[in-house]
Design a protein around this ligand. Structure first.
Ligand SMILES: [Zn+2]
Length: 320
């Protein structure tokens, strides 16, 4: 789900109003292929000007290729992207709303401003975030922190691998996300499982999203460190996608299959730890193990050392 960065109230208002509806009618349809059997139907509203339709198609191709980089193919054999104009031109966000619909086929809807430039679209994190949701066969409800954390982690990785942001920017964005999550904590603090279940009512979006992102950074880092770079989160999730990509799974089912398929005792333990956590867990030791220092709120990346090499692979997307 698209989130509004600093205002849970605004997001809730958007949800309640349901301001956007997308329709396949009056759309221009294009079919894209990933060359590995994947088929993507892109439906772009005919309400956009012809040049804008062309720009939007180029953008969808770009973010779809960023998604392809994770597994070497799209996570789904058949899926749809629908792009429609946002009803209001207010604000500077080129994509005011987006959402994944877990239907047959899975559909991602984007609402963009009518004059968003190609540059603005490529830079908008929302495109990468929404497509990253497709990496797991999530049934669509329960443990929202897990699905949103995955998307929040991979939106940055996908942008770095696609060349939209540098490795330095990627880690800076993760650092700033963890800081937003830490600032968005109740006192007295409640367990993540409850904050996640009550997210729409109580609005602790940043805590929920960035606790989830911490989960995936922690899992990715442990896999890489324990295997000397031979294993990683991309491969672990790809194994799940191969076996169960067409299923509709709860998060407890997903974490147990991730452990079974990858022959690790990791995802379930981390799940148990995180659901009872009362704030975003410490990330400093993870950063240190990857050769990342933080000085005055700015990340500094070490150039050399085993941690630095493992870290660089995250932004490049290849195993050592
Ligand atoms: Zn989301």
């Amino acid at each position: 789900m698209r989130r509004v960065r600093r205002s849970g109230v605004l997001l809730l208002a958007l949800c309640l109003l349901q301001p956007f509806t997308a329709s396949a009618a009056d759309s221009v349809e294009t079919t894209l292929f990933d060359g590995q059997g994947g088929r993507l139907e892109v439906l772009i509203s005919a309400e956009f000007q012809p040049q804008m339709q062309a720009n939007l198609l180029v953008w969808v191709e770009f973010i779809a290729s960023a998604l392809k980089q994770v597994y070497g193919h799209w996570p789904l054999r058949k899926w749809q992207v629908v792009v429609a104009p946002a009803s209001s031109a207010g604000g500077s966000d080129p994509i005011p709303w987006a959402e994944v619909f877990r239907e047959q086929p899975t559909r991602v809807e984007f609402f963009t401003t009518a004059r968003a430039t190609p540059e603005q679209l490529h830079q908008a994190w929302t495109g990468y975030h929404e497509l990253a949701h497709l990496l797991i066969p999530y049934r669509g409800w329960g443990d929202a922190w897990f699905a949103e954390g995955l998307a929040s982690y991979y939106q940055n990785i996908m942008q770095a691998r696609a060349g939209v942001i540098s490795e330095q920017q990627m880690w800076q964005k993760l650092y700033e996300g963890f800081q937003r999550g830490l600032q968005d904590t109740d006192s007295p603090a409640i367990p993540l499982a409850r904050a996640s279940d009550k997210m729409r009512q109580e609005g602790r979006f940043m805590r929920v999203y960035w606790s989830g992102a911490w989960y995936f950074l922690a899992a990715d880092t442990r896999l890489r460190l324990q295997s000397g770079g031979q294993r990683n989160l991309d491969l672990a999730l790809a194994a799940l996608n191969s076996c169960c990509g067409n299923q509709s799974l709860s998060v407890p089912e997903i974490v147990s299959r991730l452990d079974q398929l990858n022959r690790v005792v990791l995802f379930g333990i981390l799940y148990d730890e995180l659901t009872v956590s009362t704030r975003v867990p410490p990330f400093e030791s993870i950063f240190a193990s990857l050769g990342i220092d933080v000085v005055d709120g700015q990340v500094r990346l070490q150039e050399d050392g085993p941690g630095a090499r493992l870290r660089q692979q995250i932004a490049i997307g290849k195993t050592l």
